[in-house]
Design a binder for this molecule. Structure first.
Ligand SMILES: Nc1nc2c(c(=O)[nH]1)N[C@H]1C(S)=C(S)[C@@H](COP(=O)(O)OP(=O)(O)OC[C@H]3O[C@@H](n4cnc5c(=O)[nH]c(N)nc54)[C@H](O)[C@@H]3O)O[C@H]1N2
Ligand SMILES: Nc1nc2c(c(=O)[nH]1)N[C@H]1C(S)=C(S)[C@@H](COP(=O)(O)OP(=O)(O)OC[C@H]3O[C@@H](n4cnc5c(=O)[nH]c(N)nc54)[C@H](O)[C@@H]3O)O[C@H]1N2
Ligand code: SF4
Ligand SMILES: [Mo]
Length: 701
């Protein structure tokens, strides 16, 4: 417990879907309210730094529009007409609908759908226990991590990397395809330490001059979906100038004369024609890296949200490997540590009841699933009932036109458990009010660092809010689902998971609020070998055998290049669709979250499209004028903002604003596609060919 100016503060954890997973210190002024939220200094990755939107969390937890009672739809679907009902009636109706769907079409007709709105293991993952016990359809969670994780693990064999605190000891920090200033502020904090203390330059790679690129010493502005060309040309220069670490390559990798011969033709001129970065800048970046093999590559998700994203991630990862950067403190690469915690989910998820014969449905293809696409349904029964927790698919999922049409089906019963009346809740039959993280106990692990953290219940929930765990257990009782996990409290689950995983116990983690699980140096730096069976990093990966969870091979995986290369699988611009649209993250929103808080709304304003001033002029679009952006999937009406910090032909829409913030109530995901990214699925949110016209020139009707 700490005391700031007379107010008590308690440790907690930010539960949101952010690699930073910050340890927090929450002021508790009394009256069941919270005050200022700060970063916890004692947790050395957070190091006292958090983002502004969470520092203002009082705005979200005490928001006057929070859902506080169960609501039943009374008007037509999507009308927003609901009436309050009691919990018993709400749960009875949900159970009745699930049992009816099961009786008509089998248990797979019920589809529990969830994501990482909370990253707490008990509250996020407990929904699996219900689905395993009831044999409901599973969800293959492709919406976020698959292309990036697949590309990384194809090289390393393991989803792990160098402790990100080592960035501060690096001679050069490369921030590739992540807008860290917006999406994980701690990366900048540690990178800037290296710049201040050691004069380490920061290289950034992105498609527009975002807030991270603006802070970089060497910003490399690529065309969307062309990072592998840039990476290959850097590899080419390093080899040509004899700056590769040959001894390291021989000992730790599959590097061969075949790969070297292949890269001999991937010159900076070749790359410039593809990625747009001038050959001279590519040479300069390679020379800088060659002189500073203690380089830290912080590889983000963004550049992998392209149809060739896994290939791009792998190609970028080959650079620190060619340099032998992994051998040095402060050198190597990091993408995610999600594969390092080894926390047993057996009790939380009811894994003892798991049956692999039950179908998995692709999270990103929810539109195709709900509109009855036979392949998306794996040629099984239609989905007739859903329980949705911690996600807002009507807003965030690709191919929004189909998602909306699916939710509007009269024969689908949708239960949405939420904090606010989101786009998805608006389409529900039943809306249940959920607790926020400070109102329940949970355990968190940092994807972007090395800590396990406890987020204890600190305040009482408003009104009748119930936690995800309570709702799952309440439903299980009514549905006849049996598992010991339904009778356990969240604290008992946390203790079970920690003790069974050899990570101490609840009592131990409660002392400081977190546990640093940083692996030994040699393991984190892969000096004991990479994760593949022969211990070698793969420059030539086998895309069919990446050691990660899988639901089979997807997308045009047969066409993937065997060696690092530009793969032209992206949605290329055409005369009809001449622009490439990237739907990048907004600083003050977190996916669809915080679009309800006054501070974030004020900072983000209305949706807008960044467009090169010459493109805007060529289209006759004045600043602030509304454009119609369209492709075969749909259209969005959005105001344009001329911005010189991007290449011609590229446009950027920051943030997933609520659908209703756009004219016609159609959000940015009207334009994004749900066709799976090879080889393991995922949505290419930043890979969209679009047409842009003045709204005023639009033919009516
Ligand atoms: N403020 C804020 N924080 C967030 C989120 C948010 O929405 N807002 N989302 C959270 C979630 S769920 C996640 S997964 C993480 C993701 O965080 P990041 O790893 O940062 O990934 P993205 O948000 O997809 O995109 C980051 C950057 O990728 C760039 N990009 C797009 N296409 C390309 C390309 O082809 N090449 C290159 N080099 N760059 C490209 C975009 O312009 C953008 O600047 O952030 C989390 N944190
Ligand atoms: N165009 C475009 N679309 C994208 C992306 C993009 O870059 N561009 N990014 C994609 C990515 S990376 C991701 S991860 C997805 C994420 O998209 P979503 O899964 O929708 O992400 P969030 O906004 O983090 O969380 C959704 C909801 O969870 C609710 N929630 C939070 N905690 C709890 C809880 O404890 N209980 C319950 N019941 N509900 C809770 C919040 O109120 C929020 O409405 O969006 C994807 N969509
Ligand atoms: S949203 Fe991310 S940066 Fe902000 S407090 Fe949460 S974990 Fe930290
Ligand atoms: Mo994500």
């Amino acid at each position: 417990m700490n005391v700031h100016a007379g107010t008590i503060s308690r440790p907690s954890v930010c539960p949101h879907d952010c690699p930073s997973a910050c340890s927090l210190e929450v002021e508790l002024p009394g009256n069941n309210r919270i005050g200022r939220v700060r970063g916890l200094a004692a947790q050395t990755y957070t190091d006292g730094v958090i983002c502004a939107k969470v520092a203002r969390y009082a705005e979200r937890i005490h928001h006057p529009e929070r859902l506080t009672e169960p609501l039943l739809r009374v008007g037509p679907k999507g009308s927003g007409q609901f009436r309050p009902i009691g919990w018993d009636e709400a749960l009875d109706r949900a159970a009745e609908a699930f049992l009816a769907a099961e009786a008509e079409s089998g248990s797979e007709a019920v589809w529990p759908y969830y994501y990482a709105g909370t990253m707490g293991l008990v509250m996020r993952d407990g929904i699996h226990r219900l689905r395993h016990a009831k044999r409901y359809s599973g969800m293959f969670d492709t919406i976020c991590t698959n292309p990036a994780w697949t590309g990384y693990v194809a090289g390393t064999g393991r989803l792990a990397g160098v402790d990100p605190r080592e960035m501060a000891k690096s001679d050069c920090v490369v921030i590739w395809g992540t807008n860290a200033v917006h999406t994980q502020v701690n990366v900048m904090h540690h990178a800037i330490k290296a710049r201040k203390a050691r004069g380490a330059p920061i290289i950034a790679v992105d498609v527009y001059m975002n807030d991270t690129m603006k802070q970089a010493d060497m910003p490399l502005l690529v065309r969307p979906g062309t990072d592998a060309a840039l990476a290959c040309a850097i590899l080419h220069v390093l080899l040509r100038k004899d700056l590769a670490d040959r001894a390291y390559l021989a000992k730790y990798t599959d590097f061969s004369s075949e790969i070297e011969a292949h890269l001999a033709s991937r010159t900076p001129d070749w790359a410039e024609a593809i990625c747009g970065v001038p050959a001279g800048e590519i040479e300069a970046a390679a020379r800088l890296l060659g002189a500073r093999p203690r380089a830290f590559f912080r590889l983000g998700y963004g550049f992998a949200r392209q149809r060739n994203g896994a290939v791009a991630m792998h190609a970028a990862l080959c650079i620190p490997t060619l340099l032998g950067a992994w051998q040095h403190e402060g050198g190597g690469a990091f993408h995610s540590n999600s594969g390092t915690y080894g926390i047993s989910k057996r009790m939380i998820e009811g894994l003892d009841l798991f049956d692999p014969a039950v179908r998995m449905l692709d999270q990103s293809r929810i539109g195709a699933v709900l509109t009855g696409d036979p392949a998306a349904l794996k040629h099984g029964p239609p989905v007739k009932a859903m329980l949705i927790q911690n996600t807002n698919p009507a807003n965030v999922a690709p191919d929004q036109a189909k998602v909306r049409a699916g939710f509007l089906r009269e024969d689908l019963f949708t239960v949405v458990h939420e904090h606010f009346m989101t786009d998805t809740a608006l389409l529900a039959d039943l809306v249940l009010p959920a607790t926020m993280f400070l109102e329940h106990d949970d355990l968190y692990q940092g994807g972007g660092h090395t800590h396990l953290m406890l987020g204890p219940k600190l305040v009482e929930p408003p009104g009748q809010c119930r936690s995800n765990h309570e709702v799952i257990c309440d439903l299980a009782r009514r549905l006849g689902a049996e598992h010991p996990g339904f009778a356990m409290s969240p604290r008992a689950h946390i203790d079970w998971a920690l003790t069974q995983s050899g990570r101490g116990s609840l009592a131990e983690i409660e002392r400081e609020g977190f546990l640093d699980t940083d692996p030994p140096f040699a393991r984190a730096h892969f000096l004991e070998g990479f994760g593949h069976r022969d211990g070698r990093f793969r420059f030539a990966p086998d895309w069919t055998r990446v050691p990660l969870k899988s639901d089979g091979l997807m997308g045009p995986w047969q066409d993937m290049p065997r060696l690092p290369d530009h793969w032209a699988a992206i949605e290329a611009a055409t005369p009809d669709l001449p622009f490439r649209l990237v739907t990048a993250p907004a600083r003050s929103f977190l996916n669809s979250t915080f679009s309800e808080t006054p501070g974030s709304r004020k900072r983000e304003g209305a949706p807008r499209l960044l467009i090169h001033p010459e493109d805007a002029a060529a289209l006759g679009l004045a600043p602030g004028e509304t454009a119609r952006v369209s492709n075969a999937r749909g259209a969005v009406e959005i105001a344009v903002e001329p911005f010189a910090g991007l290449r011609r032909g590229v446009v950027v829409a920051e943030g997933i604003h609520p659908n209703g913030a756009h004219r016609r109530g159609e959000g940015i995901n009207m334009l994004t596609g749900a066709d799976p990214v090879a080889p393991r699925g995922g949505a290419a949110f930043h890979d969209n060919a679009v047409a842009i016209r003045r709204l005023a020139d639009q033919p009516s009707g």
